[in-house]
Design a protein around this ligand. Structure first.
Ligand code: COA
Length: 189
């Protein structure tokens, strides 16, 4: 069975593995489409600075080849997952393990730093990623507790059912999503 390794994704590694990361991103976007993932990020998006991005983002490798990335940033005492992309050519079970390895590395560092919660936005149409977060023990926020996320992140949007809707639709991007919240000290131990 392939052994998945995870490590930090700092700026040097982003430069080193940019081609592989852009390919994973393009494949994932093409496979899942606009509604479930959005248009592929470019190099500019991957290098865009957000707080503590290079401290908490992670990279997964199989036999020294990048197979997944997780782009994170800090807000309040929490961490937000901006983008998770995984090699679409792997089986479902291996993809699940790659996603776990990515979060495992980030969670370890986050616990060392005493961070509180993970947050992640998952498009309404992306059912398998929603299932993955639920099976990992994340809470899917409902209309009442979405306030934590909207106010904390100063999010420009509104609540519809239990979903968060962007106030302005960006062409090529999903605009209706669920928000997941996970307590860092209890996850990926
Ligand atoms: C999460 C992800 C890895 C799941 O991959 P997938 O190929 O769709 O896998 P599936 O949902 O079919 O799951 C495969 C199996 O693992 C199981 N599984 C899924 N998540 C699991 C978890 N967290 N723990 C244990 N098992 C899990 C499924 O139940 C399924 O089991 P089955 O084969 O017995 O039915 C994939 O959706 C992904 O790459 N997501 C990230 C990319 C993305 O969409 N990012 C944007 C939103 S943040």
């Amino acid at each position: 069975m392939s052994s998945v390794r995870s490590t930090k994704l700092n700026k040097d590694k982003m430069i080193k593995y940019l081609d592989e990361i852009l390919l994973i991103e393009k494949d994932t976007s093409e496979k899942l489409g606009e509604d479930a993932y959005g248009s592929p990020w470019t190099a500019k998006n991957f290098f865009y600075e957000v707080p503590d991005k290079w401290r908490y983002s992670s990279l997964a490798l199989i036999e020294d080849l990048p197979v997944g990335f997780l782009i994170m940033s800090k807000w309040d005492n929490n961490l937000h997952g901006h983008r998770m992309g995984i090699d679409i050519h792997r089986t479902g079970r291996i993809k699940v393990r790659i996603a776990q390895a990515l979060y495992h590395w980030t969670a370890k560092r986050a616990r060392q730093d005493g961070r509180d919660y993970f947050s992640a936005i998952v498009p309404k149409a992306n059912l398998s990623t929603q299932r993955w977060y639920k099976l990992q023990g994340f809470e899917q926020l409902n209309s009442k507790n979405l306030k934590w996320f909207i106010e904390g992140r100063n999010f420009s949007g509104f609540v519809s059912g239990d979903c968060l809707v962007d106030r302005e639709k960006i062409p090529g991007e999903p605009d209706t999503s669920y928000v997941f919240k996970g307590e860092i000290k209890k996850l990926f131990l």
